[in-house]
Design a protein around this ligand. Structure first.
Ligand code: NAD
Length: 274
């Protein structure tokens, strides 16, 4: 985990954010930055209670407010309970960051139905269940203009693999491609109610999900051939973008995927070829 680089500005004061899968990696970074920006943070975890407690501790030690809430985002009842706990603790929810995601990689012809269903269930159905619950809560609560211009904000953590096909990871790429059109469709539907919906599409970020791609210097050098900016990303790169997208500073940004990837989607092979 990287250092907290927040500016100390409390631009999200009084707002409550749920960050799914925030006991590690990008979600943990986002939870910490949202907490530093003044939001009450619900640190959701599936099984890693210790990780979630550590993130809560970091936020509260910095003067913020946070609780850890267990829920498997692929289960409808778990998601409902997570929202009920968040609302009973902080009064409402203003920001959802749908971040929980997994990879279950296999060559296509060997991929099991369980590998397919697990990835779609968490990455896509989980995004649906959490976003639906968030939108229902925003509408139930109604506008609070002194907190935010929007009725609520939904941010999906997608991936450059909503754009870049990925052999050997077809379940993951399908789930992220699905998140892209799901995000745009609900943005179209919920915009008139002032619910702001966007995605962040990260490139390669150093987290447990892709440890083998960066933990040795050979692997990292290989990975850097795909990144024109010649640096592997850190969770804080995504976290700062999430704070901005959750704040009124981005109030006219709606229905878009913000690619944060050091240029991975610039077809780097064409720098010398083509
Ligand atoms: P990570 O493994 O550290 O984070 C994934 C988190 O999701 C974990 O905390 C995990 O416990 C949680 N999770 C898994 N199943 C869950 C469930 N059923 N319910 C609730 N939480 C669950 O890896 P990460 O890189 O931080 O991944 C976060 C998100 O970022 C994922 O959606 C991933 O697809 C996306 N992403 C990561 C990268 C990268 O390079 N690391 C790039 C693009 C997109």
């Amino acid at each position: 985990m990287t250092a907290n680089h927040s500016s100390g500005e409390k631009i999200l004061a009084g707002q409550t954010a749920i960050v799914t899968g925030s006991s590690s990696g990008i979600g943990a970074g986002i939870a910490r930055e949202l907490g530093a920006a003044g939001a009450n943070v619900v640190v959701n975890y599936a099984g890693n209670r210790e990780g979630a407690d550590g993130v809560v501790r970091r936020i509260t030690e910095g003067g913020g407010r946070a609780i850890a809430v267990q829920a498997d985002v692929s289960r409808e009842e778990d998601v409902a309970v997570m929202f009920r706990k968040s609302i009973s603790t902080y009064g409402s929810v203003d920001i959802l960051v749908s971040n929980a995601g997994v990879q279950k990689d296999a060559p296509f012809v060997d991929m099991t139905i369980d590998q397919w269903n697990r990835v779609i269930g968490i990455n896509l159905t989980g995004a649906f269940l959490c976003a639906r619950e968030a939108a229902r809560e925003f509408i139930r609560r109604g506008p609070v203009p002194e907190r935010s211009s929007a009725l609520g904000k939904i941010i999906f953590i997608s991936s450059v693999h909503e754009i870049i096909p990925w052999a050997g990871h077809v379940n993951y790429a399908a789930s992220k491609g699905g998140v892209m059109l799901f995000m745009k469709s609900i943005a179209q539907e919920l915009g008139p109610q002032k619910i702001r919906v966007n995605s962040i599409a990260p490139g390669a970020i150093k987290t447990p999900i892709n440890r083998s791609a960066w933990e040795t210097s050979e692997a990292e050098a290989d990975l850097l051939t795909l990144i024109p900016y010649k640096r592997v990303g850190e969770p804080v790169d995504i976290a700062r973008t999430a704070v901005w997208l959750a704040s009124d500073a981005s109030d006219y940004v709606h229905g878009t995927s913000l690619v944060v990837d050091g240029g991975m989607t610039l077809y780097p092979g064409f720098a010398a070829g083509g």
